[in-house]
Design a protein around this ligand. Sequence first.
Ligand code: CP
Ligand code: NVA
Length: 338
Amino acid sequence: MKNIDLNSNLVGRDFLTLRDFSREEIEYLIELAAYYKEKKKNGERVDEYRGQNVALIFEKTSTRTRCSFEIAAHDLGMGTTYLDPQGSQIGKKESIADTARVLGSMFEGIEYRGFGQEIVEELAKYSKVPVWNGLTNEYHPTQMIADMLTIKEKFGKLEGLKFVYMGDARYNMGNSLMIACAKLGLDFVACTNKEYFPNEELVNVCREYAKESGSTITLTEDVMEGTKDADVLYTDVWVSMGEPDSIWEERISKLMPYQVNMKALKNAKETAIFMHCLPAFHDLKTKVGKEIYEKFGITEMEVTDEVFESEQSVVFDEAENRMHSIKAIMAATLKKSK
Ligand code: CP
Ligand code: NVA
């Protein structure tokens, strides 16, 4: 592994969206995540942040992000306080600005998962400590470092790869992946129904990033053209947390043609990988999966079980990398303990 400068120049920065970070800074975080992954595999201690504490606010549910923040913080020597959707005054009896000032006076860093991006921005504005976005409706930036690390591990590079996102491309995952690809030089394709293309303003911003990195942004409704010779096929749930159940019917009818199935995967390169941020609806082993089956008669949604379980699927490597990358993000933005 490359020598990495552990004196990060990102100390004190918030991590709200990759829009705020340069290509070099993003590449640094990916390298740092790989560094921490190796340390973990070797069983080496990295508790240079001993005695510090971080607050973890979750207004939406989580498995990976919460566990990653908790394990990463503990490995770094830090304590954690988890605030669940019901267990605090946030937003109901106390404004975000007041919460930010209270938590900022007790903790060295704050993670927030919830609804609008403006909430995490307000939190960052009023607290004097780094704030990390653990997912909002608009962005999921910590997931990006894990995803790009995973792709780099599989292909040995990022630049020049064809990355295809299928499904709901106008929400947190589609937006964030388009930004990450454009900044890091991967050719990004949103292959979906045009109503689910990322919004035009963000597409234009990303086209500017892509110009700089020498990559491209393509929006297409044509599955065969979109997935042809792809290196990465990526998808996410069709209905995200916080969206009403009433939209399932429309999503299923509009997005079913963009399900990642064997036909799409076979149309990609032989070496292509399948990625998903998880959780995924690929069988009937979930409550929601069963309900959808009873209502609409479908047994799998955004990805078929065959693709999900195939040799080309790297979803569990991706999930593991969440922890290493969140560790890197916290370590890079916090001061080491004395
Ligand atoms: N990918 C992801 O953010 O998973 P969780 O919702 O389980 O945190
Ligand atoms: N788009 C999904 C991502 C989950 C990690 C959601 O917001 O629910």
